[in-house]
Write a protein that binds this ligand. Structure first.
Ligand code: AMP
Length: 454
């Protein structure tokens, strides 16, 4: 086979040889040594979501730019500087040119789908989950990528479905604690806050602007800009020198209406009843404009360094209306799957170090080694039959020396099945189990059972 980056092919084509093409900055390949963990995480998430009555939704990876401008907010970092946006040309007279964007998050798309498919008209609460890639042009670092994955869920419906109830907030948070526990994530911490309803936020914004006006010149340029455009975002800032000023700013808790205060109290009471630990963090306002009332983040200390937010979410009671839909209060979250995997890998490494062993690689049930070219075809037929019996099997090559077959088999499988002329003729195989070093003759009919035995 000749590949396009084959040297010979390039010379033959007369084109100068150029450097190998690499994955784009901020994107990465997940190779087979990592994907089993990704698949396990997704399988556990799907199983937990199913137990809580969630169904899967798959929305497009790109949407009209306006969806994010309206939903996430023009003044947010995501919309103002991180989106991958392009002008899509019309290809036919029946089409219009339009601005499209690779989704930077999925809540806006899910709520668009909720409106578009009139899901609210059933009157029932909708519980939807998704797993998929998101795109943001951020400065790449460990735990921060330009294509990253999120596992998220949304609970949304008309007010009559109970979508606004604090029970829903507590249930989502309690589910997340169950999910993280089932995945084996240790040392997670739930930070919780309420940013109030739209009116509370407007009042608080005014108070923030007033408090920021006399000290604005002392802030870093980014925070000076935020103080003008979106003062709430100043609270999110990690800028070291600005912390003293930020800590002295008014607290949202003092601007909550009686109703918002009561809602938050009920969320906390339900969490207490479930025995889920949380910490109220008055500075947790989160980056997106659509949040109202409950906001939250789960953080972990291991494996993530400064990017220690594993997941975030909150309530968005006005989002559907912002997108031109009916009133549909909702609450949701998005887990950073890349970060979750980093944490699990780091914790597995710590466990292995504590136990004094390398994390074990899963091995195949058997490796079928043909002893000569004439046994290649029978070896493939035997491997096919064993695989159909449900065994995981690799098949070698009759051109390999016996030593080489043993070396490969020992790395990938728990047993080697030798297939020479005699074995093919008699139907009795020679099998060596690597764990014990035991070598035995096994009739074909018993081979599956023998390889399966641990
Ligand atoms: P957000 O949609 O900004 O609320 O983010 C929710 C979660 O997604 C965060 O807590 C992170 O775990 C993850 N996340 C956000 N941005 C990135 C990124 N650029 N790379 C990797 N994970 C991210």
């Amino acid at each position: 086979m000749t590949s396009s980056n084959d040297k010979g092919a390039q010379q033959a084509s007369g084109r100068p040889s150029r450097g190998a093409i690499k994955a784009v900055r901020g994107t990465r390949d997940l190779l087979p040594d990592e994907t089993p963990l990704w698949n396990r995480v997704e399988a556990v998430a799907r199983a937990v979501f199913a137990r809580y009555g969630f169904g899967e939704i798959r929305t497009p990876v790109f949407e009209a730019t306006e969806l994010f401008a309206r939903g996430v907010g023009e003044e947010t970092d995501i919309v103002s500087k991180e989106m991958f946006t392009w002008e899509d040309r019309a290809r036919a007279a029946s089409e219009k040119a339009q601005s499209l964007t690779l989704r930077p998050e999925s809540t806006a798309g899910v709520v668009r789908a909720y409106i578009e498919h009139k899901m609210g008209e059933t009157g029932a609460l909708q519980k939807l989950y998704y797993i998929g890639p998101q795109f943001r042009r951020e400065r790449p670092q460990r735990g921060r990528y330009r294509q990253f994955w999120q596992i998220g869920a949304e609970v949304i419906g008309p007010t009559s479905s109970g979508a606004e109830s604090p029970v829903r907030d507590a249930e989502v948070l309690e589910m997340l604690s169950t999910l993280l526990d089932e995945l084996g994530v240790r040392g997670w911490r739930l930070e919780l806050n309420s940013v109030g309803n739209a009116e509370d936020r407007a009042l608080y914004n005014m108070a923030l602007r007033e408090a920021l006006a006399p000290v604005k010149d002392k802030l870093c340029p980014d925070n000076q800009r935020r103080a003008e455009t979106n003062p709430l975002r100043v609270l999110d800032s990690k800028d070291e020198q600005d912390q003293e000023i930020i800590n002295g700013l008014p607290k949202i808790a003092d601007y909550l209406s009686e109703e918002s205060r009561e809602h938050f109290a009920q969320v906390r009471a339900a969490l207490d009843a479930c025995g889920v630990d949380y910490h109220v963090n008055p500075r947790l306002v989160r980056g997106l404009d659509y949040y109202t009332r409950t906001t939250f983040e789960f953080t972990v200390q291991t494996g993530l360094g400064t990017q220690n937010a594993l997941l975030g979410g909150g309530r968005y009671d006005g989002l559907s209306e912002m997108l031109g839909g009916p009133k549909a209060p909702g609450i949701g979250f998005a887990i950073g799957e890349d970060r979750l995997i980093l944490v699990l890998q780091e914790q597995a490494k710590q466990d292995a170090e504590a136990a004094g062993a390398a994390p074990g690689e899963p091995k195949l049930d058997g490796y079928v080694a043909p002893l000569g070219a004439a046994q290649n075809a029978p070896a493939l037929a035997l491997a096919r039959a064993l695989r159909r019996e449900g065994l995981s099997v690799e098949v070698g090559d009759g051109a390999f020396k016996l030593r080489k077959s043993f070396d490969i088999a020992d790395k990938v499988a728990r047993a080697i099945v030798l297939l020479g002329e005699d074995e093919v003729a008699s139907g009795v195989m020679t099998v060596k189990m690597f764990a014990t070093g035991e070598q035995v003759k096994v009739p074909r009919a018993e081979l599956g059972g023998r390889l399966r035995a641990r």
